[in-house]
Design a protein around this ligand. Sequence first.
Ligand code: AHR
Length: 503
Amino acid sequence: MKKAKMLIDRSFTVADVDKRIYGSFIEHLGRAVYDGIYQPGNPMSDEDGFRRDVLEMVREMQVPIVRYPGGNFVSSFVWEDSVGPVSERPRRLDLAWRSLEKNEVGLNEFSRWAKKADAEVMMAVNLGTRGIADACNLLEYCNHPEGTFYSDLRVKHGYKDPHKIKVWCLGNEMDGPWQLGHKTMEEYGRLAEETAKAMKIIDPDIELVSCGSSNLNMPTFPQWEAVTLERTYDYVDFVSMHNYYGNPTNDTLDYLAVSDDMDSFIRSVIATCDFVKAKKRAKKNINLSFDEWNVWFHSNAADNDRMKNQPWQIAPPLLEDVYNFEDALVVGLLMITLLQHADRVKMACLAQLVNVIAPIMTEQGGGKAWKQTIFYPFLYTSRYGRGTVLQPVVDSPVHDSKTHENVTDLSSVAVWNQEKEELTVFAVNRNIEEDLELSIDLRSLEGYHLAVHVVLENEDMKAVNSAAEEKVSPKTADRTKMDGQVSTSLLKKATWNMIRFAK
Ligand code: AHR
């Protein structure tokens, strides 16, 4: 059998995990809000119309921050439409998704939902069709205590206490030609700089995210980051990253290597931020907010057809990818990669959370809520991947795939939770033909014993879950043995594993 080794020492660390790396995203898109988190009249909904079963699953995932209200949606969003008496709110054309927005849920209702979900809101402002004044007014409405036009308006709307929203995104994917109000890097850099400057005068405690590239393959990457950050560097705290992954040619081995693409994307963005830092003789670092990441490709053709031929519907089913087992492996791999960069990736959002490229689905017409395959690697990584990411020495066999070279069979990360005295190793065997024996040397963690080995596996790479049947869910496995401070685990081919040790 092939063999891999991990040598772990608790003195060798990458960084503490910022829990906001386990964020997610709700956009006014498809059935994410209406029919997703909000469905008045459903017996499962609470007094505010929020689905209790969905909230329960979100809390189970321990999502600490949720990005809102878009996405592409935000780039033509008029926030004032979404506040005040619901009966007076206008219906609007949502140009991003060719849908009808009824504004029944707006930013006050969403803040209320987020509280119930034990999450903070990460708010995006419209820098597509709108600008500095609108962003400032929105911030004043949300965060200023009272005694000004917009803060008093919030109080009049029934929200005496400010929402105290800490994290603000300066627009969304402004480098993308599909974006309403798409800008050149020079135009965006200036607008984001001036918006950031004004917003930090209103509330110096906020954290700002400057728009990075929409994906690794954008022709303007990484020049976009270099030019825009030169403008925004002094005022912002993060640059955003977005990327979606897929398996359109049905090549599983190559698909399981896409986390290497995420790794090289992150490394390049760090290098670009640090290039601007050097150029400006700056002291602070810009951190990364990977605020849109996931698998997304299953639903593309159907969505294009629906938007073209059946436009202007309220909450049409859009981006409803049904995820299979190999997608869950990829989500597990992407989370390992994010954790490996915990020193610079301080926020990340699984895009999205409910019904739209989501781990949580609700049946159309008000039926059950159910968990997609990708729910599980997220759940376990979020719950147990908290503490300090360690820097292990790893030795693994490698293989090549169609478009990737030197892909390690083992992809892994170790997180030490000092408070709970637990060490958790997340490990995927990316080899789809051979099992792997992993030995972990825990030399500096004396007295630690095996707590549990959880595995996500399935003989059918294309197995999916549904409201009726859960074919893909994790199990505990008797595949790890300990001998003194060294453990040996069997990682079956194409499996996701969580091996936890406790004192
Ligand atoms: O998450 C779906 C969409 O993907 C978002 O609206 C947009 O920002 C990205 O292109």
